[in-house]
Write a protein that binds this ligand. Structure first.
Ligand code: SF4
Ligand code: FES
Length: 248
């Protein structure tokens, strides 16, 4: 099937998400919640909205979760798409007034100032997309979740207390599009979600491998012993063992 995006003919399979077709054809669509390539739900921020015309009817669609089923024409920069994206960013800026990326995007995409609405009172950078929670659940740790409702909704551990299931792996921070989750690290400990974790180091070069708890968790899943070497020395060790087999 062939669809047109910003005047360019793009070949695609039925059911492919619009944003993936655009990306493959070097057509840029701004994104937030689908920006880091991990297997998590998309469709939470609506920054990737575009205008789609089908059978002479036009509508705004969320491109990262819109499966293309039939021929259509898409406009990423039409007046309607630009206006909708600007409004989405203006609202996200109120929700996460401290998120630098959102402030930059709001400026770049001409988001209107919504003077009658107040920014979230407790500030912060979280847009409540839920990617961190999904990442934690995928690991089987489920240490964080959305707490409270309405304007007090936030991502946290239960009652903000150290979670017994947290392994300090920072997966939540890594998938966060707005860098809303912070952690601190010294040479021996990592502190995240009000909890400190002991760090494990490569036995040979001393490189940080991760928290001891996260290595143990990974080992429990794979059935191996917790790793004690960095990838470089792990490779060297396997090469040495193979060489010794050949020498026998
Ligand atoms: S902390 Fe980050 S990943 Fe988690 S909900 Fe907030 S913005 Fe999304
Ligand atoms: S990038 Fe599509 S909804 Fe967030």
């Amino acid at each position: 099937m062939i669809i047109k995006i910003d005047g360019k003919e793009c070949t695609c399979e039925s059911g492919e998400f619009l944003i993936d077709i655009a990306k493959r054809n070097d057509i840029f669509v701004p994104t937030l919640c689908s920006m880091k390539p991990v297997l998590l739900d998309r469709g939470c921020c609506r920054v990737c909205v575009v205008e789609l015309t089908e059978n002479s009817r036009s509508k705004i669609v969320v491109s990262c979760i819109y499966p293309v089923e039939r021929e259509c024409e898409v406009f990423t920069q039409s007046e309607k798409a630009v206006r909708e994206r600007g409004m989405v960013l203006a609202l996200l800026k109120l929700l996460a007034p401290d998120a630098k990326l959102i402030t930059q995007m709001a400026k770049a995409y001409h988001a209107p100032e919504l003077e009658r609405l107040e920014p979230r009172a407790d500030g912060g950078s979280c847009i409540l997309c839920g990617r961190c929670v999904d990442a934690c659940n995928l690991l089987g740790t489920s240490a964080i979740a959305a707490m409270n409702r309405g304007v007090t909704k936030e991502i946290n551990t239960a009652f903000g207390a150290p979670a017994t299931t947290c392994i300090g792996c920072t997966s939540c921070a890594q998938v966060c599009p707005t860098d809303a989750i912070s952690f601190e690290e010294t040479d021996s400990t990592r502190t995240i979600w009000n909890q400190s974790f002991e760090l494990a180091h490569c036995e040979i070069c001393g490189e940080i491998l991760g928290t001891a708890a996260s290595l143990k968790h990974a080992a429990n899943i794979t059935g191996d012993e917790p790793s004690s070497l960095c990838p470089k020395h792990e490779r060297r060790n396997s090469a040495k063992s193979l060489a010794s087999i050949y020498r026998r």
